[in-house]
Design a protein around this ligand. Structure first.
Ligand SMILES: Nc1nc2c(ncn2[C@@H]2O[C@H](COP(=O)(O)OP(=O)(O)OP(=O)(O)O)[C@@H](O)[C@H]2O)c(=O)[nH]1
Ligand SMILES: [Mg+2]
Length: 660
């Protein structure tokens, strides 16, 4: 089974990148008329080459300083690079800049071609070689072979192919099952740029229309795989996304049923207008990515830039195939000296879709120089306070080698709202098949709590936040008990309303369920009490309550006055009211006025009778009619009518009551 990898060119203008690709593949990647006319590459072009067990997709980039942004779009998702230096011109500004960009993008593998070897003598070639060696010292190309080539004579082409194949072999294939073990042995930055077993992602670099088929978008597949018929999220770069269906797929123009990481892909999308597709947008497995205008990052200033990156600097962010204006906020510094790094946030003018660990590049606002770059720590960030120690510590944890530490940091930032386990792929770089292990370890250690929200949504919350929320719930229920010492329990909604918490109510109910399960609260789906609360109803008071309920049941529409029981509590009207309140809270009585309570059955009966009567006489009934209907006296009929008005069954119309 051949392995697919993407190779990118890099190097200064006119150094022979496109000519070399053509000499290697027979494909001319300069396809625009303007490119032909000016003899330069303007936008990225594509070719392919089979080398032994490897199928290489090739992205040829422009060297012109004005088109570095196109180079950046092309360099996204490449696995290996060929740095091209013309032997007669040696190291030039974009040789350096492209190399810096490849370093910032986390590239680990490549070869160097010393082109136009036919134009120079041995000494010139050797000098150029020395300069190139000097340039790549300390970089991923430090030990890369330097192969002299000529697109004119064909010299060195076989050697270059062999060198590229040698590099491909170093990029050993990775099975998903191996990746946990592998993650311990590979560096974090390599893992971030060469993830395995991840959801599908394709940052769009081009789109066109195929007659009779509609819109085709292309890009390098940087994660996962896709099949014909799949549904994808199409992130439009304006914060919105749409579900789209894959109608057909191509790889270098040839139809195929599926595409995977390391391939160039052409995706024919159903129902997507060509004009709506732009470079910088992205296709991804549904639910994987989320648009964001705040990124928390590790930011490096290029040593070569010679100027610090200052707090509040406006500049250009290049990430994936997107280019967006941003403002830098340094979290614990005022500036980053050349060669240094710091934690920062980027505030974006328009949203991008990124994942944890994703490399990015910053260029100055006038798009003349590459000034720095780094890795995303929080793909969907919120504004953090500067120099806030705990925030800084938690952000640093996001760069830990340990999956579970990063998951804890994600949970901490998710706060009371919690997060879903599957978010850990985007937010902490944990592959889907390793999430369960990380989450169970953290649940086992008591660091994460899982809540089930109806119907089946599972939410994870950091245990500190869970405990805090739980304590607040216990606090408000306790306050309710203090306020109503005779009430055995309280409505959940009453407790929730008192929490002063603007989160979703299902989450709070799940917190309450958990407290019930932990036996800190007792109750059911409607009402709860603290398990340590004992209502202060004495045996005598309880007996009185039962008697009151019984009396009201016996005299449904001419109930005893509440105050008639006063002497039975030694004249203490507060206690008497509490006893009535308990009876109401427990659902036995309904309060009409301070003096009049109805038995709950009488209340239901009254409503039934009045409703039936009003159906019979829709023009309305008088207080006297209601008095007769209930077999009561005027003393009760008036407050009962007002009660019916207040509770929304009837309304007053002159002397009559009609249906409300
Ligand atoms: N003699 C000689 N000329 C070459 C060789 N390779 C490229 N050239 C010439 O150098 C010029 C630039 O070549 P390209 O391949 O377009 O250079 P490039 O690096 O793709 O340029 P940009 O994409 O614009 O950055 C062309 O005129 C080529 O014919 C070579 O090996 N030998
Ligand atoms: Mg070119």
């Amino acid at each position: 089974m051949p392995r697919d990898l993407i190779l990118g060119t890099a190097g200064h203008i006119d150094h022979g990148k496109t000519s070399l690709v053509k000499a290697l593949t027979g494909i001319d990647t300069d396809r625009l008329p303007e490119e032909k006319a000016r003899g330069i590459t303007i936008d990225i072009g594509f070719a392919h080459l089979n080398l032994g067990d490897y199928r290489l997709g090739i992205v040829d980039v422009p060297g012109h300083e004005r088109f570095v942004k196109n180079m950046l779009a092309g360099a996204t998702g490449i696995d290996l690079a060929v740095l091209i230096v013309a032997a007669d011109d040696s190291v030039m500004p974009q040789t350096r800049e492209h190399l810096e960009i490849l370093k910032l993008l986390g590239l680990r593998h490549g070869v160097i071609a010393l082109t136009k070897a036919d134009l120079v003598d041995d000494t010139t070639r050797e000098v150029a070689e020395l300069e190139v060696r000097e340039l790549v010292r300390g970089s991923f190309l430090e030990d890369a072979p330097i192969v002299p080539t000529s697109a004119v004579t064909g010299v060195g082409l076989d050697e270059l192919k062999a060198a590229i194949q040698g590099v491909c072999e170093k990029l050993a294939p990775v099975r998903v099952a191996d990746s946990l073990r592998e993650s311990e042995s590979r560096s974090l930055s390599e893992r971030a740029t060469h993830p395995t077993g991840l959801p599908f992602r394709l940052p769009i670099d081009r789109s066109f229309v195929v007659q009779g088929h509609g819109t085709v978008v292309t890009g390098s597949i940087i994660g996962g795989g896709v099949k014909v018929g799949d549904e994808l999220d199409w992130h439009k770069g304006d914060g919105t996304f749409e579900k789209v269906r894959v109608r057909s797929l191509t790889n270098h123009g040839k139809p195929t049923d599926e595409l995977h990481r390391g391939q160039r892909g052409g995706i024919n999308l159903a129902g997507v207008p060509h004009e709506a597709v732009r470079r910088g947008q992205e296709l991804a497995t549904p639910g994987y990515l989320a648009p964001s205008k705040v990124l928390t990052v590790r930011l490096h200033t290029l040593a070569a830039h010679r100027k610090p990156i200052k707090h509040r600097l406006p500049c250009r962010l290049h990430v994936g195939t997107a280019e967006v204006m941003v403002t830098v906020s340094l979290l614990d510094a005022d500036q980053i000296e050349p060669g240094g790094w710091a934690l920062a946030q980027l505030f974006l003018e328009t949203p991008v879709t990124v994942v944890w660990g994703q490399p990015f590049v910053l260029r100055d606002s006038s798009a003349e120089h590459t000034i720095g770059g780094g890795q995303v720590l929080q793909p969907v960030g919120v504004k953090l306070r500067r120099r806030h120690l705990e925030h800084l510590e938690r952000v640093e944890q996001l760069w830990s080698e340990d999956d579970t530490k990063r998951a804890i940091a994600v949970a901490w930032f998710a706060g009371f709202s919690g997060f879903q386990a599957s978010d850990l792929t985007r937010d902490a770089g944990i592959p889907p098949d390793q999430i369960d292990a990380a989450v169970s370890a953290l649940q086992g250690a008591g660091t994460l709590a899982e809540l089930t929200l109806p119907p089946h949504r599972k939410l994870l919350v950091h245990m500190d936040r869970m405990t805090e929320l739980g304590e607040r719930v216990l606090g408000v229920v306790g306050a309710l008990h203090a306020e109503f010492p005779l009430m055995t329990n309280h409505e959940r909604s009453k407790a929730v309303a008192r929490l002063d918490y603007v989160g979703d109510e299902p989450l709070l109910n799940a917190v309450i369920d958990r407290l019930v399960k932990e036996k800190k609260l007792v109750g059911d789906a409607r009402r709860v009490a603290r398990s340590d609360f004992k209502p202060k109803l004495s045996a005598a008071q309880r007996k009185l309550k039962d008697k009151i309920v019984e009396d009201h049941k016996k005299a449904p529409f001419q109930p005893p006055d509440a105050s008639s029981y006063a002497n039975q509590v030694g004249g203490n009207t507060t206690t008497l009211r509490d006893i009535f309140e308990v009876a109401c809270a427990e659902g036995f009585l309904v309060r009409v006025t301070d003096e009049i309570y109805l038995h709950a059955d009488a209340d239901a009966d009254m409503r039934k009778r009045v409703t039936a009567k009003l159906t019979e006489v829709p023009t309305g009934i008088t207080v006297a009619d209601i008095r007769d209907l209930l077999g009561t006296t005027r003393k009760f009929a008036v407050p009962l009518c007002e009660f019916l008005d207040k509770t929304g069954l009837t309304k007053r119309n002159g002397d009559l009551r009609v249906k409300a």
